[in-house]
Design a protein around this ligand. Structure first.
Ligand code: 5AD
Ligand code: SF4
Length: 466
């Protein structure tokens, strides 16, 4: 067993508790509702919560009003998420008064911050269950305690949370996420993740490959390998690194597309670029957060690369994969960010031409180094900068979109929507571009060849190629 793995005996014990809750629930129609905030990692954790509740005999509710158990899976990366969660949990009081047997739980990385979890528990004593990210696999025993009338508050600092083979209810039947590592060692000065998610720990390559093989056999076509910093994946038993892992997953029959996120520029090796170029199933998309275009701010952020380093990486990626789609995360209003620093961000966006950028106003997170920098930027300036940045990203995107006209690509259809001109389906091409084209729900989960005929603000319009 690996250092961070939860023991098989412990997992079996948790599963047997699920079975006994299932037996007690038998014949009832109990329902659950889960609300996820934050990143893909959190959404993926919510799929595990759903999986465990499902094995305990609960079914998904149509809305929180007809749920018997409501779980908020929270995120703490930015402050507004915290305000929203407190507001939304507070709003459940009326429902709880109406239905005293309703179980309310709050978990996720916001709850991993002990002072915030205590504040929530004090302000909302009607919350039955509060637990941190490292406790997820203990949900069965915590639920059992709540069902017997206890309040549960469980937050530990332990990193021992790689729990293999937890039950899971995946949101899709053709495209899904697979965790390859947990935690982060980078300590960017603005970021709270390393404090709540703990240090980096990788799953064994054998377990990852085993999971992907099962998914492929169940018909999944697209696999996204997830981690806070996938480029520093380092298999604890075999020493396999990320490019090696990609090669192993690429060999699995049935898998058609491999994606991964997130990549840190400081760890993006030549080997990884060559692996992306040479492995036929790895999509030509990279999410490469730049955070700022100013080398001075990058230093203050402890990102450990300069603007020039980043631009060199972009050149190398494009030299090897001319069709690659690049997406990023950018923060505006980091403490001390001057107009000139911000202009550097704008000019970097101009130079790179992102396919999408997730842009954020800097949010002061207690306990991080940047929170103590005195020169915090006023909210009005942050807003102005965010606005200008989004406009720049959009204008670059719409210019680049024109290059797609008449190109043919394969789209994995994700869903369909009634549009004014009729029913349209949508999905991503091999990179990160979303394409809409006429079709119906029978196409969902299929790979379809499409020719691009028009562009919309952030997406493309196509038609099926026979
Ligand atoms: N304020 C604003 N954005 C942040 N991010 C992380 N921490 C903060 C913060 N304190 C953003 C970064 C990261 C993304 C997931 O969230 O851009 O890449
Ligand atoms: Fe946070 Fe930086 Fe780690 Fe990303 S790499 S999770 S921004 S500390």
């Amino acid at each position: 067993m690996l250092k961070h793995e939860v023991s098989k005996a412990e997992l079996l014990r948790q599963k047997s508790i699920l079975k006994s809750i299932y037996d007690a629930n038998y014949g009832h129609d109990y329902r659950y509702h889960i609300e996820s905030y934050g990143c893909q990692m959190n959404n993926h954790d919510s799929e595990r919560i759903a999986g465990m509740l499902n094995e305990a005999g609960y079914r998904p509710a149509d809305s929180k009003n007809d749920a018997d158990i409501i779980i908020f899976n929270t995120c703490c990366v930015r402050e507004h998420a915290e305000l929203r969660v407190f507001g939304n949990v507070g709003a459940l009081k009326a429902l709880k008064d109406e239905k005293p047997f309703l179980i309310i739980g709050v978990c996720g990385c916001m709850m991993q911050q002990e002072q915030v979890a205590k504040k929530l528990s004090k302000r909302y004593p009607f919350v039955d269950l509060i637990f941190g990210t490292h406790e997820l696999f203990r949900l069965p025993e915590m639920l059992e305690s709540v069902l017997s009338g206890d309040h549960v508050f469980r937050i530990s600092g332990s990193d021992a949370d790689i729990a293999e083979d937890l039950p899971i209810m995946r949101n899709s039947t053709f495209s899904t996420n697979v965790n390859i590592m947990f935690g982060c060692n980078n300590f960017c000065t603005y970021c709270i993740v390393p404090y709540v998610r703990g240090r980096e720990r990788s799953r064994s390559a054998e377990n990852i490959v085993g999971e992907v093989k099962k998914l492929a056999a169940a018909g999944y076509l697209e696999i996204t390998l997830l981690g806070q910093n996938v480029n520093s994946y380092n298999a604890p038993d075999s020493g396999i690194k990320f490019p090696g892992l990609l090669a192993l997953v690429n060999d699995i029959d049935g898998v058609k597309r491999i994606r991964f996120m997130t990549s840190h520029p400081k760890d993006l090796s030549d080997e990884l670029i060559y692996a992306m170029r040479d492995l036929d199933k790895v999509c030509h998309h990279i999410h490469l957060p730049v955070q700022s275009g100013s080398s001075r701010i990058l230093r203050e952020m402890n990102r450990r690369y300069t603007r020039e380093d980043y631009l060199r990486l972009i050149d190398k990626l494009r030299a090897n994969m001319p069709d690659i789609d690049i997406t990023t995360d950018i923060i505006v209003g980091f403490p001390g960010e001057t107009d000139a620093d911000f202009e550097d961000t704008i000019s970097l966006v101009d130079e790179v031409g992102y396919c999408a950028a997730y842009t954020f106003m800097y949010s002061q997170r207690e306990g991080t180094i940047a929170a103590k920098i005195p020169d915090q930027i006023p909210p009005e300036i942050k807003k102005e900068r965010l606005h200008a940045l989004n406009a720049k990203v959009a204008s670059k995107l719409s210019i680049a979109s024109k290059n797609y006209i008449n190109k043919i690509g394969e789209v994995l259809v994700e869903g369909c929507d009634q549009k004014p001109g009729g029913m349209m389906v949508y999905g991503k091409m091999n990179g990160f571009r979303t394409v809409f084209f006429p079709g119906d729900e029978s196409l969902i989960g299929k790979m379809i060849h499409v020719k691009i005929i028009d562009t919309l603000n952030t997406s493309l319009v196509g038609q099926m190629v026979k």
